[in-house]
Design a protein. Structure first.
Ligand code: ATP
Ligand code: LTN
Length: 343
């Protein structure tokens, strides 16, 4: 069983990225899957810092270098082990670009035009470059290079993983089982999302997802916000004019989002939280949520401060990860080139 996922080194990693993606990954690194013959195997987990994706919108190059290392430190601070997982930077394994080009040649234009993320991001920009349009093909290359079975992501990425599956299917049909190839070239991947937490909403506009590229810093809580920042952001989070602490995403999107965050950080069910806060004010609920967040995010801040003291150790982990990733990527590329009739 192979698991692959990644985060773009754009903006500050927020609790949506953590709850929707990274928290799942930390659990998956220890998960054992049954295989044939009654034997169980630990999944191979590969977690990437997808820097080539982050440059598909305007960015600052000095910041990018810092962010790449920061995302690596966040993976480690959140509990991903470099021994149990391959952790690496996308641009350090050139096969991602090679496969992306080849997959471009079999991806219908219409499929890319339908992508929601492209439409949303393009609408925000004066100039839209081809890289943003082709972004899902690079993502398909990331996933297919490693013969991935499962892609743990937030809700917003399901459409891209579906497209990846389509591209893999099309490739296998066109180039698998021919005189040049003995069988399927790619495994078909599947997205894995959580039932609760796959879409954490913005604190200021709870009809939109919390997003790194949101210009309003009050909209998200980052993993390294100070206790004061957390208190301020939660106390000014948008709610409704009512006073009941109830999970009703349509009628009460703000409070429902805060309940989801509370539940995921405290491991208490939403039902239990509704009971515990029956008759309490929004203010009391928000104060309690701030306390939980301050307490649960503290270990991240501490671990990150420790890691910041030894940048060489992170560089070594990334260099080692790139070598291990490249071995797998090279084996896939050999099959891809041969099956496509390249030398
Ligand atoms: P950007 O605004 O730069 O696109 P982002 O906040 O959407 O950034 P990504 O790097 O695109 O973050 O996403 C990293 C992972 O976090 C993906 O698996 C994505 O699905 C997940 N994710 C992003 N935002 C949320 C959210 N609000 N709730 C749950 N999961 C999320
Ligand atoms: N598009 C994803 C980031 C990403 C990714 C991947 C996620 C790029 N390549 C491969 C999973 C697998 C996003 O979160 N915006």
């Amino acid at each position: 069983m192979r698991i692959f996922s990644g985060i773009q080194p754009s903006g500050d990693i927020h609790i949506g990225n953590y709850l929707g993606a990274i928290k799942q990954w930390v659990a998956l690194q220890n998960k054992v899957y049954p295989v044939r013959g009654g034997i169980s195997n630990k999944a191979d987990c590969i977690f990437c810092i997808v820097d080539w994706h982050a440059i598909t919108v305007p960015y600052n190059q000095t910041m990018l270098q810092r962010k790449i290392k920061e995302v690596a430190a966040i993976y480690l601070a959140a509990g991903l082990s470099p021994e149990k997982n391959i952790i690496f930077v996308q641009s350090q394994v050139k096969e991602h670009a090679e496969l992306a080009w080849l997959l471009n040649t079999i991806t219908p234009l219409g499929d890319l035009q339908r992508m929601t993320q492209f439409k949303e991001k393009a609408a925000k920009q004066a100039n839209v470059e081809a890289g943003l349009f082709n972004y899902p093909v690079l993502m398909a290359a990331d996933i297919l290079l490693y013969q991935t079975d499962i892609v743990p992501v937030g809700e917003d990425q399901k459409q891209h993983v579906e497209l990846t599956r389509e591209i893999a299917r099309r490739f296998n049909t066109r180039f698998g089982k021919t005189e040049l190839s003995s069988g399927e070239v790619f495994s078909l991947p599947k997205a894995q999302t959580l039932k609760i937490g796959a879409k954490i909403m913005s604190l200021t506009a709870p009809d939109k997802k919390m997003s790194k590229s949101d210009k309003n810093p009050q909209a998200s809580i980052t993993l390294f916000d100070s206790p004061e920042q957390i208190k301020k952001k939660i106390s000014s989070a948008t709610t409704d004019s009512g006073h009941e602490i109830k999970f009703q995403p349509k009628e009460k999107p703000g409070i429902s989002n805060l309940l989801t965050i509370y539940s995921l950080f405290s491991d208490k069910s939403i039902k239990d939280l509704e009971k515990a806060f029956l008759g309490k004010s929004y203010q009391e609920f928000k104060a309690s949520l701030s306390e939980i967040l301050i307490e649960k995010l503290k270990p991240f801040r501490n671990k990150k401060a420790e890691l910041d003291k030894s940048p060489e150790s992170i560089e070594k982990i990334l260099a080692d990860g790139a070598l291990r990733a490249q071995k797998i990527a090279q084996a896939t590329m050999q099959k891809v080139r041969t099956s496509m009739g390249l030398l």
